[in-house]
Design a protein around this ligand. Structure first.
Ligand SMILES: C[S@@+](CC[C@H](N)C(=O)[O-])C[C@H]1O[C@@H](n2cnc3c(N)ncnc32)[C@H](O)[C@@H]1O
Length: 268
């Protein structure tokens, strides 16, 4: 049971402590990691070490990799009770994986994979995963909705957003891609999205939502610290009910929020 892990006793940086407080996120990972036995496991970006802590009693050996020195120190203390875990302070992109992996744990997620290194890191590491190996989470599904924001600005609606701008949603969620982490993926996203309005009004932004597929049977929606909804301003247009809006959305995964581009193509 996840309750048997005393999170309050974990050493963590302020950011990782917020990740630890998100019970829904932790429960989803706990369920996926403790379902079966694993052989060689690499935890890519271990942070406080929490996901290695879950996996350790179910694995032959765990290599917990973390590039940030302070986080690595915390993880080393948190994981010292497990003799089958090695906590390594290295950048994964330079790391020599001496044993092929049965499992990669990789939680460098962020909404639509725009701002974190999940895809560049995995693209580099996948050659060290056995053909029978797994990645947890298995992938993500990304969708967008047309919205009007009282003050349009790029922003996450997460735990810290007390004064988040008012907004209303003009159309249904449209899924624009499905990314499977075991497959090497181009970092470039360039998609055409077609919305249909449910009501009339102005549109000046899109709201991105990411669903995390922990495995084939376990899906986790946005939680306060796992892919909170991301709002992105667009050109402002006025729409009638039942209109179709085609727009282009492009960005490089891992390229940061400044690299997002949107363009309204047509309204019909
Ligand atoms: C979102 S945090 C997740 C931490 C932890 N796995 C968890 O779920 O609580 C991602 C972590 O990956 C680490 N990281 C990012 N890029 C890395 C890289 N190239 N090599 C090693 N660690 C990396 C960051 O320093 C950060 O601690």
């Amino acid at each position: 049971m996840i309750q048997s892990v005393n999170i309050m006793k974990f050493f963590a940086t302020p950011y990782h402590y917020n990740l630890l407080k998100d019970q829904e996120r932790l429960s989803a990972f706990y369920e996926a990691l403790t379902k079966k036995k694993w052989g060689v496991v690499y935890d890519l970006g271990t942070g406080s070490g929490i996901l290695s802590y879950f996996a350790a009693p179910h694995s032959h050996s765990v290599f917990a990799l973390e590039k940030d020195y302070k986080s690595w120190q915390c993880a080393r203390r948190n994981l010292k009770k497990w003799s089958n875990v090695q906590v390594i302070n290295e950048d994964i992109t330079d790391f020599d994986f001496h044993l092929k992996a049965d499992l990669f744990i990789c939680e460098m997620l962020d909404t639509a994979l725009i701002d974190e290194e999940q895809i560049p890191v995995l693209n580099n590491a996948l050659k060290y995963l056995k053909s029978t190996g797994k990645v947890i989470p298995e992938g993500v599904i990304n969708g967008a909705e047309p919205v009007f924001m009282s003050t349009p600005r790029i922003s996450y609606k997460d735990v810290d957003q007390i004064n988040f701008p008012e907004y209303y949603i003009l159309g249904d969620l449209v899924i624009f891609n499905h990314i499977i982490f075991k497959e090497k993926t181009s970092k470039k996203v360039d998609v055409e999205i077609e919305f249909r309005t449910k009501s009339s009004g102005k549109m000046n932004a899109i709201k991105l939502t990411t669903f995390t597929l922990l495995d084939s049977k376990l899906v986790c929606g946005p939680t306060p610290m796992l892919n909170p909804p991301l709002f992105i301003p667009t050109e402002e247009i006025t729409l009638n009910k039942d209109e179709k809006v085609k727009m282009n959305l492009s960005y490089i995964m891992g390229g940061g929020l400044d690299n997002i581009r949107t363009k309204i193509k047509n309204i019909s």
